[in-house]
Design a protein. Structure first.
Length: 256
């Protein structure tokens, strides 16, 4: 039998300090459900401020740390710091990411590296460090954030470098699920469709939202809460027999 799911448990979120981002909404959603929250963001002050806001609103423990997720040593130091401040680390969700609307024939080395290093390599470094703690305790939940762009070959705001990185997240998560399953650790991906956040190139107009929703089977695009709820399930105790999966939260945009 695997160790019991701890009552006092911490979820670590990367990229969760953006004011209108999915990560921030998820931090609040999970804190409302009783999770303690650790936030890693490029902006250390914003990470700390978001953590303070989460703690005050939901009565949980929360802390923030600054790190570039593409920097292995910075990520490891940030996780070390947060683990010292918070209850047992049980889950990690790698939200940190950047978009890339650059057409394929115009992609240069700098753009390719920028997108891969944050979206894919950054996911790897934070998950690897968190997984060390999960394996030691015998319980852990890992969630990577992919995108419908990885499954459809773009077609939203971002193009090839982004789609390639987000497809890489799915492969990474599946391999982690296979390797770490024997240690009581699950790993899954969430694949959102268009979400009403600023990563899509600025605040969306109602007309742009309607156009984005037209390809799906539901008459709207996703809200950050839609994605947060999917994450909440995958890191829950109830999802202990779900691993290596990609949960699409896209209004039926991609069916497989």
């Amino acid at each position: 039998m695997s160790p019991a799911f701890p009552e006092q448990r911490t979820v670590l979120l990367t990229g969760a300090a953006s004011p209108r981002g999915i990560g921030r909404a998820t931090a609040h959603h999970l804190a409302a459900a009783g999770w303690h929250v650790g936030i890693i963001d490029l902006d250390a002050e914003q990470a700390a401020a978001t953590a303070a806001e989460v703690a005050e609103q939901h009565g949980v423990q929360a802390a923030g740390a600054g790190a570039d997720v593409a920097d292995r040593e910075a990520v490891r130091a940030a996780v070390d710091q947060l683990e010292q401040q918070l209850p047992q680390l049980v889950a990690v969700v790698a939200f940190a990411g950047v978009s890339s609307p650059v057409p394929y024939l115009e992609v240069d080395a700098a753009e390719w590296h920028r997108v891969q290093s944050i979206n894919l390599t950054g996911t790897h470094w934070v998950v690897q460090r968190a997984a060390e703690s999960f394996v030691a305790s015998g319980v852990g939940r890992i969630v990577g954030i992919s995108s419908v762009s990885a499954q459809r070959g773009g077609g939203t705001y971002s193009k090839t470098p982004y789609s390639a990185a987000k497809a890489g997240v799915v492969g990474l998560i599946r391999s982690i699920a296979r390797e770490l399953g024997p240690h009581g650790v699950t790993a899954n991906a969430v694949s959102p469709g268009p979400v009403d956040t600023d990563i899509m190139g600025g605040t969306l107009t109602e007309e742009r939202k309607a156009a984005m929703a037209a390809d799906g089977v539901l008459p709207r695009i996703a809200t950050p809460r839609d994605v947060a709820a999917a994450v909440a399930y995958l890191i829950s105790e109830d999802a202990g027999f779900v691993t290596g999966q990609t949960l699409n939260v896209d209004g039926g945009l991609y069916m497989h």
